[in-house]
Design a protein around this ligand. Structure first.
Ligand SMILES: [Zn+2]
Length: 109
């Protein structure tokens, strides 16, 4: 006698049961003096879910993973752009220095 942990659907056949990591509970710790939230602990556990919920959960986790990877790629692109700007700034500084050298050499003659 198993039910889907997420939607509660009855799952009489073992072949319909899937196991996924689901949020099983949480507790919030608040500061006594201010009443503000100090920390939130979220608990996860492996539970039986139906194939429909399992598919939804897989899609959600794949979407979350894709967004995380996109964030990492965006951070890397920003870092590369910053490095390229720094490098071009150094190159411009060097060219200004060499221009000064040649200008001095020409004006001293
Ligand atoms: Zn379900």
């Amino acid at each position: 006698m198993a039910n889907c942990y997420r939607c509660g659907r009855h799952l009489p056949e073992v072949s319909l049961r899937r196991r996924r990591k689901v949020k099983t509970g949480f507790w919030v710790r608040t500061r006594y003096d201010t009443g503000k939230t100090a920390s939130v602990n979220v608990h996860y556990g492996m539970r039986i879910v139906c194939p429909v919920c399992a598919r939804q959960m897989d899609l959600e986790s794949a979407k979350r993973l894709a967004m995380e990877r996109l964030g990492v790629l965006a951070a890397l692109a920003a870092l590369m752009a910053a490095l390229a700007l720094l490098k071009s700034g150094q190159r411009a500084k060097k060219s200004r220095k060499s221009f000064g050298f040649w200008a001095k050499a020409l004006y001293s003659v």
